[in-house]
Each structure stands twice: as C-alpha cells, then as structure tokens.
Design a protein around this ligand. Structure first.
Ligand code: 13P
Ligand code: SF4
Length: 322
C-alpha cells in the first residue's frame, strides 16, 4: 500500500496509522476550506484526537488556555472541539461571537454532578465561606460562585482569597489535592471525573515495576493517593510543558488517552507508556461532526442573559489572578 505523502501526514505518522489517513484527509481538507469561508477558528482541547488536534485546530490547550484564547478571537465563529462547558466559557468571554459545539451531548461527569440549587444550599450551610468553582461546571453553577478555577490555577486562586476555609466544587479529588498543597481547609463536593477517578495508586506502582526509570505525571483530578505517588501533577498544559522541559526518556501521563498521542507527535524520541482511559464526552467530537458544524453553523451555544453576567464575573475574577 502506498504511504500517504502530505506534509501533515508526515508530522502525525507516528500516531496515526497510514491506513487510517485516507479516511481523515477529505474531512480535513473540507474543514480547512470551510474555516476560511465561514471566518471561523477551531479551539481544541488537549484531549482531542490527533487528526483534530494536529489536523484542523487553530488553537490548542488546557481549559485555562482555551478560555484566555477564546477572549481574544477576532473571527466571527468559534468552533469548540471539546466539551460543552468549554464552549459556554468561550461564549461568556466573547459573547459577540457565534460559538458552535460539534456535538451537544459532549458533556462532563463533573459538570453533571452539581446544580445551581446545590451551590445555594452549600452557601446556606456554610455562611460567609467563599465558593471556588472548577470551570468544569455549567454557566448556571458558575453564576452562583465567587470565583472559578481550572486545574492550571486552582492553587493560586485558593491562595489569592487569603482565607482559612473555602468551598471548592465539584471535584472532590482536585479539592483534596489543593487542600494538601495549600493548607487551606476545603469543604468539598462528591463530584468526580469519570476518566481520572479510575486511576489507582496500584496502577502507578505497576507502571514503575514494569518500566525501568519511568517518569509518571498525573492530572490533579486523579485520586490524592495517585497524585501523592506521581513525579509531577498538573493540568494537561503543565504536563506538556514538563515533558518538553525535562525530556524524560520514558514517561506515562495518567490522564485521557489522546494526550499521549498529541504530545508524542512533538517528541518522537520519548517513549510514552499509555495507561489508556478515554473520555467518552471528548470522543463525541469527530472530524465529520466539525465539518457538519461549519457547514450548517450548528450547534450554537448560548447562555441566558441573567446567568451570563454573574457567570462571566466568576470567570473573569479567575483570569485576573494569574
Ligand atoms: P485541563 O486541560 O484544564 O487540565 O482539564 C482537564 C479536563 O479534564 C478538561 O476536561
Ligand atoms: Fe469531564 Fe473528565 Fe471528560 Fe474532562 S476528562 S471532560 S473532566 S469527564
């Protein structure tokens, strides 16, 4: 079988088999054309598959970077290749733009774990305690919060408040990890990421036993016992920076599967051992759906005006921290 010869395939050939490429190429070409015709940009999260991440995205990053970049977009249309809360955040920060998500069902187990009424009830139980809300939540939940955070700035956000106690929701493990790092007493909520909660400290020890000298990086949505035994914990962008800076010979990223593929494209000499947990929500986004989103200008993400103002304030306060 002849090998694909495009410069783009040359870049991703370590992570996309040659026989798969002909299925992707027509959609990639159509999307690149449609982006120009529609005056659109594609923002893609680090968990998107390599054909999206390297093939059609204009801006890639962790939740924090996508929020910051969404604010600066000049184009008329933003396609969010990620999950619904990311599209809502982009809309909050750049309300004049048309924000599209290629599949409306791309949710998040953390966002689904809590409602605005739950936050109001927590405030009644803990009067005067500030509410720090992970961006992995609906705009309605953000609107009930004092300030948002991401995994990339949670520590700085909590420390910026200068108080001994905070309510941090909805990710129990992220909250426990930040409580340990900051010494701040944290009131938690029992939400979990369905991808990261599956990693165990035993998985990590098995990786170390099976792969000499392996460096293990964990996302702070992992259980605290996993984070405690990892060599480094940080947001998806912080993990990418760690790999680029330290260049470990062999590494495992305890996070969503596609991350390793996307980072491996930049570092063909590093051996990535892949403890593979897929996010079913992130995986709802495909090239075909991005193409349809641009063809039909759907699915548009909007936020109710009475929620948007308050939710935007919580996100903007976060962006002022760092
Ligand atoms: P970050 O990319 O902000 O680390 O978030 C991870 C995540 O699970 C987003 O859904
Ligand atoms: Fe939500 Fe976890 Fe999927 Fe991220 S990886 S979108 S936190 S379920």
């Amino acid at each position: 079988m002849p090998q694909p010869s495009s410069p783009l395939y040359e870049r991703v050939k370590h992570v996309i088999p040659a026989f798969e490429w002909p299925a992707f190429e027509p959609d990639i070409e159509a999307i690149l054309r449609l982006k120009r015709e529609r005056d659109a940009v594609i923002l893609a999260h680090n968990y998107q598959t390599p054909e999206i991440f390297h093939g059609v995205a204009d801006i890639v990053g962790d939740s924090l970077a996508l929020a910051r970049q969404a604010m600066k977009v000049d184009a008329s249309v933003i396609v969010l290749a990620g999950v619904h809360f990311m599209a809502e955040t982009a809309k909050l920060l750049n309300p004049a733009k048309r924000v599209l998500i290629p599949d409306l069902r791309a949710g998040c187990s953390l966002a689904a774990s809590i409602t605005a009424a739950d936050v109001r009830a927590l405030r009644v139980s803990h009067p005067g305690v500030p509410v720090v809300t992970y961006v992995n939540t609906s705009a309605a939940v953000k609107a009930e919060s004092d300030i948002c955070c991401t995994s990339g700035n949670a520590r700085q956000v909590v420390e910026s408040l200068g108080v001994p106690r905070v309510i941090m929701l909805p990710d129990e493990y992220l909250a426990q990890n930040i409580g340990r790092d900051t010494g701040v007493e944290i009131i938690t909520w029992a939400g979990h990421c369905e991808v990261h909660e599956r990693f165990t400290a035993d998985d990590l020890r098995q990786l170390r036993r099976g792969h000499d000298g392996i460096v293990v990086l964990a996302h702070p949505e992992c259980p605290p016992e996993v984070v405690a035994e990892a060599d480094f914990a940080g947001s998806t962008a912080a993990m990418i920076d760690y790999v680029a800076r330290e260049k470990p010979a062999r590494v495992a990223l305890m996070t969503e599967c596609s991350m390793s593929d996307n980072v491996a494209v930049e570092h063909p000499d590093i051996e990535f051992v892949r403890p593979c947990n897929l996010c079913p929500h992130m995986k709802r986004i495909t090239l075909g759906k991005i193409r349809r989103a641009l063809e039909t200008l759907t699915h548009e993400v909007t936020v109710e005006p009475d929620i948007a103002g308050r939710a935007r304030r919580a996100v903007e306060r976060m962006l002022e921290v760092k």
